[in-house]
Write a protein that binds this ligand. Structure first.
Ligand code: B3K
Ligand code: ZN
Length: 856
């Protein structure tokens, strides 16, 4: 378990211009033969060392002659001094017992692959690194009846039938694929199975027709239309916004049930978690519809940002991920609402990313040290990475950013490059010096910005100072370039006096705004930088912003701050009156018909436990949950009638994934959440009615959520009905189990155990596991953080088992324990005990890296 360092990067010893692969698919003994055209890189005399994690290496040939080889420590070593040669390797792999779902695996009757980051080496020995690009030709042999569809990247160039030469006389079919675009091994894919096929076409801007093919489980064809429509939209959007056209004649998407992540952008052959493909009104929520569009877009956009221009090494992961997340965020904003997207991404940053950035696994968006690469597909690399790209966009403007993108492709198309190359393209295209900006790539931690302001008769003087959490003594923090979008609002009537952006790039800096009347300053419009803002605003100022700010993001943000003010200051005694202030502004929002429905829903959203916890230096879950419940109770006591009446108005919302209906269902859900905290028995009737009357999954899930808060008996009732109505639908099953897992009482343990016995549950399926246990760990603070420590024990026991089956999945689920040092002493101790227990076990590299860094 040794770490690798960015500073140790070296170019590869060999290149592989051509790769030919032959697969004989078999459950336990798939035979993989490779034929590689090898070319020495430079004048050196070193032998060949390939990454190798296959079950068994059968033989190795150089230019047709069998040769000696040596396999140790996951490396295949071959003595060879030729400058160019043909290398053939025969190995076997065991797809059916591959529960890690990395490399080639078989699940639910389907063979498929997942190679990113470093799992191609589980299929065949190779120079498994992203800076070795090769043209792949792939031949697959398999039982013709069981696997009518056999797919790989690129174009189908040949196929045929053969009869097995054993006694079985079985008919084998073979197909041959060739991908003309040189690509690194992580973008290789193979799929074989029996599917229904949904097809469409897309005509590109230059007039080429691309065949679009979506492969889903038999019987699921009707669930593929939204994904297909999203693909067409993505292709059109990338042409319009970036002038980027698709480059093969065929684009295939396969939906599989067993998948560790959301999806994978393999060249021309995306493999998707079925959760991000399958949808219809009866079984998918608005959130599912949104997620499908976003992930289909994300993987499609990778074709240019990731595939055509790829990463030199895995430390550069944010080069493709930060940029592609930024692009998918732009796409979602263009398809729906910019501000709603912004609120949801700010939430991801402030909860998950800020937590990661303050914990033991904190890393810059371009990490410098890695033990297990899969541990770095993080909210930092992805989402903070996207925020960094967004800041560049703010600094350069839309056309400057586009010029930078154009230059980036012009310079680097077909190459494996670094984050520095990207920033240089942006800088050069705009004649701008981005040297200081690059500190965002090398410094971990969430910057904290302290705001102080002073108003004179003629001006507002704003002083900002920035700091990063302490880093190892040797590394000095350098100031970051922070774009601050702002607005000045007149105090008298809320009029907008000035809007703009200031660039804050010193440790401390003063900005002066001329104004001759008292003003309220709105800062960080549209979440213009991923920072923590330390600023004291009065309740009055916050309410002023809620009412008058031009930027809806800041209006939402101020509503959240009004809540936080109550919770953070809860030990004060003067608060009763100010709590009335919060209730009044909620009432103002409820009754204000000028506020757009989707925004209204956001303004009324109760801050999540996690987002509240993240604002405390020392987290005491009981305290947070208690105060939050108390406030919610007071709100519902004061405003029950108003809220109830508004819910009654939101009946007969038109079904369908249309923005106006989505907004109405969202608002209804938020209002129901408030009501569910009341003990009023009308609420039970209302929840049942919403459940029964709804003809879409969004409202059904909303009813489940409210039932969960209102009473477990009611939840049980609704679940029973759902279980019979949606038998055998695993994606609906996941929604049910994740409601169960968040029951805020101790009976949750018994219930989880029961649902884990359900015939649809399997601990080998990541979606099933995440929906049940993941929801408990991440979203049941009442029980997970119970002061007995039972929740922590539960997680540790779970990880112990899961690490043996699927290390990547286990590793992702340990996150809440990693922040143990942030908690009050008793919980801190309980969490540490569990980490210590885990550290004594033989762990996967994935978990080992996290546990050992947590215990530091
Ligand atoms: N690039 C893949 C993620 C691969 C995960 C490897 N453990 C999906 C994506 O970001 O598009
Ligand atoms: Zn991605």
């Amino acid at each position: 378990t040794e770490a690798k360092y960015l500073k140790d990067y070296q170019t590869p010893d060999f290149f592989i211009p051509e790769t030919e692969l032959f697969f004989n698919l078999d459950d336990e003994h798939t035979l993989v033969r490779s034929k590689l055209q090898m070319k020495r890189n430079g004048e050196h005399t070193r032998g060949l060392v390939l990454d190798c994690q296959v079950k068994q290496v059968l033989r190795v040939l150089i230019n047709g002659n069998q040769t000696d080889f040596n396999v140790e420590q996951e490396q295949l070593k071959i003595d060879v001094d030729l400058a160019e040669f043909e290398l053939e390797i025969e190995v076997t792999v065991d797809p059916i017992n591959n529960t890690a779902l990395e490399g080639l695996y078989k699940s639910a009757g389907v063979f498929c692959t997942q190679c990113e980051a470093e799992s191609f080496r589980r299929i065949t020995p190779y120079l498994d690194r992203p800076d070795v690009l090769s043209v792949f030709t792939v031949t697959i042999f398999a039982d013709a009846e069981l696997y009518p569809h056999m797919l790989s990247n690129g174009n189908l160039i040949d196929s045929g039938l053969v009869t097995e030469d054993d006694d079985s006389n079985k008919q084998l079919r073979w197909v041959k694929w060739r991908d003309p675009h040189p690509k690194p091994s992580y973008l290789f894919a193979l799929v074989a199975g029996d599917f229904d096929l949904l097809t469409d076409t897309f005509v590109t801007q230059s007039g080429r027709t691309v065949d679009l093919e979506l492969f889903v489980d038999k019987g699921n064809l009707h669930l593929g239309h939204h994904a297909m429509a999203s693909l067409v939209k993505s292709m059109a959007w990338d042409e319009q916004r970036y002038g980027l056209e698709y480059d093969l004649d065929k684009y295939m998407v396969v939906a599989v049930d067993f998948f560790n992540m959301g999806a994978m952008e393999n060249k021309g052959l995306n493999v998707f978690n079925s959760k991000y493909v399958l949808a219809d009104l009866n079984t998918a929520t608005d959130i599912d519809y949104h997620g499908i569009e976003a992930v289909i877009g994300h993987e499609y956009f990778h074709n240019w940002t990731g595939n055509r221009v790829t990463c030199r090494d895995w430390f550069q992961l944010s080069l493709k991920e930060g940029l592609t997340v930024f692009r998918d965020q732009q796409f979602s904003a263009d398809m729906g609402s910019e501000v709603i997207e912004r609120i949801s991404h700010a939430n991801v940053m402030r909860t998950m990313q800020f937590a990661e950035d303050s914990g033991p696994m904190a890393h810059p968006i371009r990490p410098e040290k890695v033990i297990e690469m899969n541990n770095f597909y993080t909210v930092t690399v992805y989402d903070k990475g996207a925020e960094v790209i967004r800041m560049m966009h703010s600094l350069l403007g839309e056309s400057g950013f586009r010029a930078g993108m154009d230059l980036y492709f012009k310079r680097h198309d077909g190459n494996a490059v670094t984050c520095d190359d990207f920033v240089s393209a942006m800088a050069d295209a705009n004649n701008k010096d981005l040297t200081q900006f690059q500190n965002w790539y090398s410094q971990a931690g969430t910057p904290s910005v302290v705001v102080s302001e002073k108003q004179t008769d003629t001006a507002l003087e704003l002083t900002l100072s920035q700091s990063l959490p302490t880093r190892p003594a040797a590394e000095q923090n350098k100031p970051l370039v922070i774009p601050v979008k702002y607005e000045l609002l007149a105090n008298s009537d809320g009029r907008s006096l000035e809007r703009g952006t200031v660039i804050f790039d010193k440790t401390e800096q003063m900005f002066t705004f001329n104004c001759s009347e008292p003003v309220t300053l709105v800062l960080f419009e549209n979440f213009s930088a991923p920072v923590k803002v330390q600023r004291t605003l009065t309740q009055e100022q916050l309410i002023h912003i809620v009412k008058y700010a031009s930027d809806a993001f800041c209006r939402w943000d101020s509503m959240q701050s009004l809540w936080l003010q109550q919770i953070n200051g809860a030990s004060d005694t003067i608060l009763d009156k100010s709590r009335q202030g919060l209730i009044e502004v909620i009432e103002y929002v409820l009754n204000n018909d000028d506020i757009e429905t989707s925004i209204k829903a956001e303004l009324l959203t109760i801050p999540s436990y996690t987002s509240i916890a993240e604002t405390f230096d020392v987290i005491n879950p009981s305290h947070i949950l208690k105060v939050k419940a108390e406030i919610t109770q007071q709100i519902i006591e004061s405003l029950f009638e108003t809220i109830n009446a508004l819910v009654q108005n939101l009946t007969n919302i038109e079904d369908g994934y249309i923005q106006s209906s989505v907004a109405q269902r969202r608002l209804k859900h938020i209002l129901l959440t408030y009501l569910s905290h009341s003990k009023n028995s009308d609420v039970e009737r209302l929840i049942r009615q919403v459940y029964l009357d709804s003809t879409n999954m969004t409202e059904k899930v909303s009813a489940l959520e409210s039932a969960r808060v209102y009473s477990v008996a009611l939840l049980d009732d609704l679940l029973k009905d759902m279980d019979t109505q949606f038998t055998d639908n695993v994606l609906v099953f996941d929604k049910m189990t994740s409601a169960v897992a968040r029951i805020p009482h101790a009976e949750v343990y018994g219930k989880m155990a029961l649902w884990a016995e359900h015939k649809l549950f399997s601990d080998k399926n990541p979606n099933r596991v995440r929906s049940l246990f993941g929801a408990f760990i991440m979203n049941n603070p009442e029980q997970f953080h119970d002061e007995s420590g039972k929740g922590y024990q539960f997680l540790a026991d779970f990880l112990k088992k899961m690490d043996k089956l699927n290390p990547q999945l286990a590793s992702r689920m340990i996150s809440p324990l990693l922040s143990w040092q942030r908690y009050e002493p008793a919980r801190k101790d309980l969490m540490k005990q569990q980490l210590t227990q885990l550290s004594k076990l033989e762990l996967s590299k994935d978990l080992y890296e996290k546990v050992s860094s947590a215990l530091g």
